[in-house]
Design a protein around this ligand. Structure first.
Ligand code: SF4
Ligand code: SF4
Ligand code: FES
Length: 315
């Protein structure tokens, strides 16, 4: 079986902008996309640039955009991926600055990891039995291989680059859940600010793309619960994009009986004009596909939904 791989090429020293180049590869049983990229590099185009090391989904260096989704090239079976999509389109991770071909700038990702203090700051002696069930308490947050796929897929980071992002927040949870950490409040307090845990809009993309089942969004929800349990003064109350998403989502559903995809972004972002402007291309695509309801029209039959909300508010 011979298949075509369309790969985005870009050398900032030579090319004014990225362009696509087609390569043809004979697929053998068990061949991964990374095998194919290495073959192309050694036999067809020595300039093709990508990161890879372990070839076993351990080092996290080969994450890229494959048919529109963030995946590890060493984990993708060429035959299966091609049968599913009938194409192989490969590019660098979205939301990140391309350096050359499939290599992206990872510095913002590392800066976010560093910002959550990813280590135990005040070691507290605990009896060894307290560590016996640790893997359960961490909920797999320690499985992260730092590939960056979740940050690349993150809906909040796409519009708000100051957001700490899924990997860093999952890492923060990993240390918040560790009984040896003696100063959990300082880290948790720092996560309440703009760009912290309340900015996540719970799109679930980070959970879907993570190759190691870290489920960052679920760790963020655990951090939110910890914040509420600790009665942080700003917990859930700071005026972040995440909080605006939650409150306006409830308001729209309560008013109209369903989610209004036109009104929600307007209510969330009218005070940050530049953010609203960044959603316009997406809004235009939704409009062309008939997915932008009139912002002020109530759905027929919304009254019973309104009554449910009223009853909730009462209690
Ligand atoms: S769930 Fe939250 S952290 Fe995860 S991708 Fe969506 S916005 Fe980002
Ligand atoms: S949380 Fe998952 S997707 Fe994100 S960097 Fe870690 S391993 Fe990669
Ligand atoms: S080469 Fe290490 S994760 Fe793919």
């Amino acid at each position: 079986m011979r298949i075509k791989l369309t790969i985005q090429k870009f050398n900032p020293e030579l090319d004014p902008e990225p362009y696509d180049r087609d390569y043809f590869v004979d697929v053998h049983p068990g061949m991964t996309l990374l095998n194919a990229l290495l073959k192309i590099k050694s036999e067809v185009d020595g300039t093709l640039t990508f990161r890879a090391s372990c070839r076993s989904a351990i080092c996290g260096s080969c994450a890229m955009q494959i048919n529109g989704t963030q995946k590890l090239a060493c984990q993708v079976s060429l035959r299966e991926e091609f049968s599913r999509h009938q194409k192989m389109v490969i590019g660098p991770m979205a939301n990140m600055q391309p350096i050359k071909d499939l290599v992206v700038q990872m510095t913002p990702f590392w800066d976010k990891i560093k910002a959550v203090t990813p280590y135990i700051t005040a070691v507290q002696a605990v009896p060894s039995r307290a560590l016996q069930g640790l893997h359960k308490t961490l909920h797999h947050a320690d499985g992260c291989i730092m590939c960056g796929a979740c940050l690349s897929a993150c809906a909040t980071y796409d519009v708000s680059p100051t957001f700490l992002g899924p990997a860093a927040l999952a890492k923060a949870y990993r240390f918040q859940a560790d009984p040896r950490e003696g100063d959990k409040d300082a880290r948790l307090a720092s996560l309440q600010k703009e760009g912290g845990i309340w900015d996540c809009v719970r799109c679930n993309f980070c959970v879907a793309v993570c190759p190691k089942e870290v489920a960052p969004m679920e760790q963020i929800i655990r951090l939110r619960r910890q914040s509420l349990d600790k009665h942080f003064p700003n917990a859930g109350a700071s005026d972040t994009i995440g909080r605006r998403h939650i409150t306006q989502f409830v308001r729209v559903v309560s008013d109209e009986g369903r989610l209004n995809e036109t009104r929600l972004p307007l209510l969330m972002m009218w005070r940050t004009f530049y953010r609203l402007m960044r959603t316009l291309p997406l809004g235009a695509k939704m409009f062309l596909r008939g997915k932008t309801p009139w912002p002020f029209k109530k759905m027929p039959g919304h009254a019973p939904v309104r009554r449910i909300f009223k009853r909730f508010e009462k209690h």
